[in-house]
Design a protein around this ligand. Structure first.
Ligand code: WQD
Length: 340
């Protein structure tokens, strides 16, 4: 059985990817310091798959712990690296926390596993406000709007430079658009800490009564309904792209460094998301129009043809599927405490 290390595997996208890996027949090892997750996710993964993955709780910034782990795990066939801080606003307020954590953890893993197939969690944020849409992987990388976005851009460069001088190191960077939704079992999903900054978790918390009215950040954009447009992708579709990336790395011979956009290829406005949630859940949302949010781009959605071609992957879930799954998870959270 092939063994895959998933760093940050207790997190939102990580846990959904662990489920997909187990269901594809892989043995999974998780390293996660629980800085942005909850130990209960482990038993939730077991409820879904019938398998409790091996789990290590330590900080990947501690090179001694990483070396110690590697000395007992040289038989790992692939690594999917999610472990990183990801709150855009927080990164602006505390840049060193982001540069330290996101780079130390990445570099430590590369140091001890220099020849292991590697899938990296990147982001469409590297494109900034694209010059043309849909944005493809060859579009210019724009100056990052935040230290968080900068860590993704620089991490891609680290991987590219490392791959250039290590032909045995084979890497795929997946540039996510906007991951939303939850596993259809409603046993795992997004676990925002504090007030959600992202749209969909705020919508579901507002719908269940945990938050007040949704504030739409800007309705004076040059878009059909005046609100900003994003490429929302179901977290389960995104998770599947990671499994297919591992398979791709095992057989790809043309290159040892690939980058793929992972989105639906479709853009939806904030108001379209709100309307889709209301239709899918049957819940009427309370929202008001507010000012634009600093750092937001007007619209971004991806050209995903490269991933479809090279990974044989395509997003299957509709916006309505995303909204309903997010709502079912919020209802589950409301009945089952996940407080740390
Ligand atoms: C989506 C739209 C908001 C909240 C971020 C990161 C990106 C990636 C995905 C990690 C925007 C609007 C939001 C609200 C609103 N993360 N909005 N009211 O900013 O596109 O992307 O998450 O890789 O790197 O930047 O996602 O969900 O925060 O916002 O109107 O209460 O919803 O202005 O137009 P974003 P988001």
């Amino acid at each position: 059985m092939m063994k895959i290390l998933v760093t940050g595997g207790m997190g939102y996208i990580g846990s959904h990817t662990v489920v997909e890996l187990i269901e594809e027949g892989y043995e999974v090892i998780i390293i996660d310091d629980l800085s942005n997750s909850n130990i209960k996710i482990l038993s939730q993964i077991e409820k879904i798959t019938g398998v409790c993955p091996t789990y290590f709780n330590f900080d990947l910034c501690d090179i001694n712990k990483v070396r110690d782990f590697a000395s007992f795990h040289q038989d790992i066939d692939g690594i999917i690296h999610f472990a990183a801080f990801k709150a855009v606003g927080e990164s602006v307020l505390d840049p060193l926390k982001y540069y330290k954590n996101n780079f130390y953890s990445l570099i430590n893993i590369l140091e001890v596993f220099p020849k292991t197939n590697f899938v990296f969690s990147s982001s469409c944020t590297v494109y900034g406000e694209p010059d043309s849409l849909p944005v493809n992987e060859f579009a210019p990388i724009k100056k990052a709007e935040s230290p968080y976005g900068n860590t993704k851009q620089i991490a891609e460069e680290i991987l590219s430079d490392f791959a250039k001088v290590n032909p045995a190191f084979r890497v795929v960077s997946l540039r996510y658009f906007n991951p939303v939704g939850a596993h259809p079992s409603a046993l795992i999903g997004e676990l925002p800490i504090g007030v959600p900054h992202n749209l969909v978790p705020f919508i579901t918390q507002s719908a269940i009564g945990k938050r007040g009215a949704i504030v739409v950040h800007g309705n004076d954009y040059p878009t059909p309904d005046g609100t900003a447009i994003r490429d929302y992708i179901h977290v389960c579709d995104l998770a599947k792209a990671h499994v297919l990336s591992i398979k791709y790395l095992l057989k790809e011979t043309e290159t040892n460094y690939s980058v793929f956009n992972i989105g639906t290829g479709r853009g939806n406005s904030v108001l379209e998301v709100i309307n889709s949630f209301e239709e899918a859940s049957g819940v009427k949302l309370n929202y008001t129009m507010g000012p634009r949010r600093n750092g937001d781009v007007i619209q971004v959605y991806g050209d995903v043809s490269l991933a479809e071609q090279k990974l044989n992957w395509t997003a299957k879930n509709s916006l309505s599927d995303m909204m309903l799954s997010a709502w079912k998870w919020e209802q589950y959270l409301n009945e089952n405490s996940f407080e740390n």
